[in-house]
Each structure stands twice: as C-alpha cells, then as structure tokens.
Design a protein around this ligand. Sequence first.
Ligand code: MN
Length: 737
Amino acid sequence: MTSQPSNTRPEPATQSYFVGQLAEYAKRPEVAAPATLDTLVEKLDYLSEDQVDAVRRAHEYATRAHEGQWRRTGHPYITHPTAVAQILAEMRMDHQTLMAALLHDVIEDSDTSKTALGRRFGKAVAEIVDGLSKLTKIFDSRAEAQAENFQKMALAMAKDIRVIMVKMADRLHNMRTIGVMSDAQRKRIARETLDFYAPIANRLGIHTIKTELEELGFKALHPLRAYRIEKAVEGARGHRKELIKEIGDTVTAALNREGINAQVVSREKHPYSIYRKMKAQQKTFNDIMDVFGFRIIVERVEDCYRTLGVVHNLYKPVAGRFKDYIAIPKANGYQSLHTSLFGMHGVPIEVQIRTKQMEAVAENGIAGHWLYKAGGDDFEPSQRRARRWAQDLLELQRQAGNPLEFIESLKLDLFPDEVYVFTPQGDILELPRGACPVDFAYFVHTDIGNRCVACRVDRNLAPLSLQLQSGQSVEIITSDDARPNPDWLTFVVTSRARSAIRLALKQQQGAESVALGRKLLNRALGNANMSINDLDFRRLRRVFNELGVRKLNDLLAAIGNGDLMAYVAAQKLLAVDNPDYEAVPVEGGGPVAIRGGEGLVINYGRCCGPVPGDQIVGHMTPGKGFVVHIETCPNINEIRRRAAREIIPARWTTTTDGEFLTTLRVDVNRRKGILAEIASEVTAADAGVDNIHVEERNAEVSTMVIGLTVKNRSHLARVMRRLRNVQAVISLARPSN
Ligand code: MN
C-alpha cells in the first residue's frame, strides 16, 4: 500500500465489494422502478373516481415534463415520482399529496412555474410542490452542527404537514437507489438521512419510514459494519428461535386462559439500532441481543391493561420500567403500554402492549390516522384524545380548502414555543414564539440591540416589531449614534432584550426621558381619543399616589426611562373619568393583543391557571407581557406585598372563548389503573389532559397534579364533579384556592 497525502484513510479492499452490491441493488427494477401508473391506481381504492382521475392527470403531466430524462439507475425519470407516489398511496395519503408527489420535481427540472401548476391542478397541490422545493433548498445549504435545530426548523416552516410526508417518501426512494451515486455523494446523502430525515420521521411517529431510512443510511455510510452486524444477527437467530417460541407460547397461553384475544409478535432488532446502542451505551453485541422484545396487539384498550396484569403475573416486572403512554400519549400521538420483565432463567423481556389502532398510528404516525378509519361510537374514552386528533386530520382531508389552521395547531403540539431563524452567517437561532427582530438583535449581542435602527427580514426591510417566523433570515442594521426606544418594551418578548433596553434607557438624560415619556403616553391615550392636555390634573392626584410619583414630569420620566409602561399609566389615568377603563379587558384563548393596546401581549399565569369566570388581575412581566392571574394566586399576593402599583385589574370580555390551561390537585387512593381512570374521566367531560404528575404521599395515598384544558369556570366545575364521583378520589382542589 502506498501512503497518500490525504486525510481520509483508503477503504479496505472488501469495501468496494459491498459498494458494488449496493449499486446492483439500486438498479433492480423492483427497487428503482417498482411502480407504474397501473400499479399506482390499483392501490387507490380508498379514493373517489374523480380523485383517481386527478392523480392520472398529474402522472400524465409529469411524464411529459420529464420526457427524455433518465435516472442513474438507467430508468426513465418518471419512475422516481411514480415510486414516491406509490409509497404515499400505501400510507393512504390523500389525492393532493399523491399529485404533489408525482409533480414534485417538475418545477426544479423543467420550466413549469408554480402558477401554471396551480391553474392546472389547484392551489393546494401547487403549494405542496412549492413548499417542497423551498425545503429542498434549505436542506441543501445546511451545516451539520445544528442537526437538532434544523429538524425542528424544517418541521416548523413547512406550512402543510403533507409537504414533509412527500419529502420523506422522496428521500426513501432516493435512499433505496443510493448505490448508483458516487462515493462522496453516497456518504453525504446517507449522513444527511441519518442526521435529519430519520429523526424527523421519528418525531412524526412514522416508524416504518424511520426504520427503513436508518437501515439504508447505515448500509450506505458503513457498508462493512452493517454487513458484520447483519451476519451476527443471522447467527444469533438460530439459538434465539427456541427461546422466542417458548416465551411467545407461554404468553399466548396465559392470555387465552383469561379469554383475551391477542397477537403476540417477537420484535426483531435492526442492525442500525443495535449499532447505535453498542456505540452509545458501550454495550457488546451479545448484551443487546440478550434482551427479547415482544409486542402484544389486542382489540380494545381495556384488554391492554388486562394483558399487562397477565404478563406481570407470569413474569416478575422490573421496577420503575412501566410506562403508560395510553393515558398520556406522546406528542406525536403514540400510544402503548411499555413494561420490562424477568423471563424464565432471568432472561430480560421488553413488552409493548397496544390496540390495533394504536399499532397503525405507531407504524405510520400521522398517516396512521388516515390509515385506520374503523370507528363507531363505542370506542374507549381514554382513546378519545388521539381519536379527536385523527378526526381533525380526516376533516382536514375532506375540506381540501384551507387546512392551515389545523396544521398550525398540530405544529404547536409538536413544537410548543420556539421559532427558528437564520443569521446572515447562516447559523440558526432559536427564539421564543412571538420574538421580533429587536429580540433577535439583543440575542446576538447587547451592542447590536442597543444600536439597532432597522432590519431586513428575508432581504426586505421590515418593521422592528415584526413577529418572526421559522425559516426567515434576519439582518439587523445598526447605527453608531442610535439608542434603544422605550416603545420596544411593548413588543419584545425575551427578558434579555427587556432588561438590556431598561438598563440603556436609565442611563439616558432626564430631559430626554420626559420628552419620550410624553410622546409614548400621548400615543397610549390616543387609543381612547385622548391626550395629556385633556386630563384634569387635580383629579389625577390619586393616580399619581398610586403610581408612586409626585408630579406629571416624574410620571413622564418614569415612562420614558422604561420604569412604567405607557399603557398601564394610560389605563389608570383614563379610569379616573371613565370606569370602563378600570380593568384591562381579556379576550381570546391564546396569547392575544388587547384591543387598542398596541402590541401588548396577554399570557396566563401557569401558577394558578385562570379560566373565564375567575376573578382576575394582571401584572406586566418581563418577556411575557400582561400576565393574567387569579386574584387569590399566591404569586399575586407576593407582588402585592412588594409592589402593589404593578397589579392591574382585569376582566374577561363576554366574547372570551378558547381552551384554557389550568391545574387541579387530586388526592387519590393508590391502586392499579387509577391514572388511566382519572385521565379518561377528564376527557369524558370534554376537557383535555395536558400533563399529569404523580407524587406519592404514603403507601395508600398519591397526589396527582393534573394540567388540563377547559373552556371556562363552569366547564371546570363539571370536570371536578365527575372526578369527585371516582371512588378512589379522596379530595380535589385548584392550587390557588
Ligand atoms: Mn425526488
């Protein structure tokens, strides 16, 4: 072997053999070109005739657009989009998704425009195709270091989850045929698949695609290691077989004795997951193969819990390893019971227990909801939440019109509180939802924030108060003699920005603060068509006292240097003449702007969880805007002691509606299944379970702290009534009472 001035080690000779095999596999017709229009249409029995026709038209159009183009596998290009569409048809995705899959490369590869596609196939299809090319551009330009943020960003910016579904199927087919790419391309694409695509599939709960992407990626990146592990798995299979059969038969027999109809399957481990465990947990191949995995699939939810009882009777459970994802599903909708057991001769066994529908969701994630349509009204209450989610998705499929709103809420489920934006250098910054360019500027550096005068978002000038969206690029324009503006305090959401602005303002001259305060107060009063000159100052003494200032100039200076919010001062001043202004009106379910209060954001105290009907007050909190609390909330009492003037009366408007997060503390007698029972009572009262924490008091009593969403106070009362009727419940209360 000659030494080469290169930093990559030469591949061992056998490597080229495996690479040759990958290439051969890629060229097989059943891999490269597994679908034709006919085989695709055969799978579309779940669509209407019109929808199937639309799919045909898209195929015809794509065939013409890709005329004369070939893939490296040696097949006409159209075989690729057809294969992608067929993968999605097997997941029973809707006709628009299939059409977009067929058309996914026509914008890139021919001179078809988005508008032309829209005219011919409808706006929804054109949007999906367009979303795909945007996503592709971002995928093609990313550094490896930010994998985690990048995955979240890709998801957060796709307006329509169907874009991601097509992208996943596209990558899956490309990975099946990766063997024909050059060495460098193969490695780059494989690494990208393992870093980005497989984790996204996992996040969405599409287990089948995730597993195949991982196995293909592993083989393409490390052909030798993949081969060795595969051989070792084959070797181990022989002596495992008997033990697997023995365990499987014993479990099946025990379930039959109890009259439970169940399917017991042994879970084979995949080479990549073995490899990853060996690496991450420093385990040997045998350590990993010594654990036996089983999945038990039953008919109904109650069978899941009965099955759990049966296996726990059969083998001793490992303490602390039981997880109930049925009562509390994962964010991606996954539901199952997990437990670990010591089997015969001490063999460790991992068991998953779930219903057929849960299995469909676990295998196909979001698509599983489309896949499993069987129904009826008699499904179990603890499944309602997942079911409601599924129904929303079905609904979305029906009204092909504007699914964005639902997709938004789905994204909120997956990623609650962040947006991801690019710096001019191409780095990704994570900011809280609602963040604006000023937050961004202070996030980069305090100096940038203090000297910021304007900004470009996606290369265009934009207001500094703009709410940033994931995927945007942000560039801050600074000037050396610029100063922070107190007005920024009304729209920044990060505490870093807020405290930096306050600090800078305090350092400014008094006269300047007064002038600035006058401007800001006039603007705030302007919402009520008033100005400072209209106020009767003899009558305002009381307010001055309350706000802790002696004269008007003090008040204006306090506003100008950021000590006092102009909005709050205006509210109090106006209330002297007009009781309408005594309390801040609170409307809407989520964080919303108060009518007339420019850019002021409303949030709800997590401590007490106020719901419409509660007596409420508010408090300006750095980074959160106007935070609403129950009047008796312990945190409010604390503020009352320190700084009573910061507490602002608030009231619900009559139109307030939405879902409000609140908390209940429930003391229960400890017994098996109580968690699921409580959760299902809550959902049966049409409330949502957000989270449950269980604290053990003693051998008999546990305290559950339940985060739940309700519409208002009487709805909450209904939930509480139901829970009081549960036999094991000893007492319950809201924490603020
Ligand atoms: Mn493609």
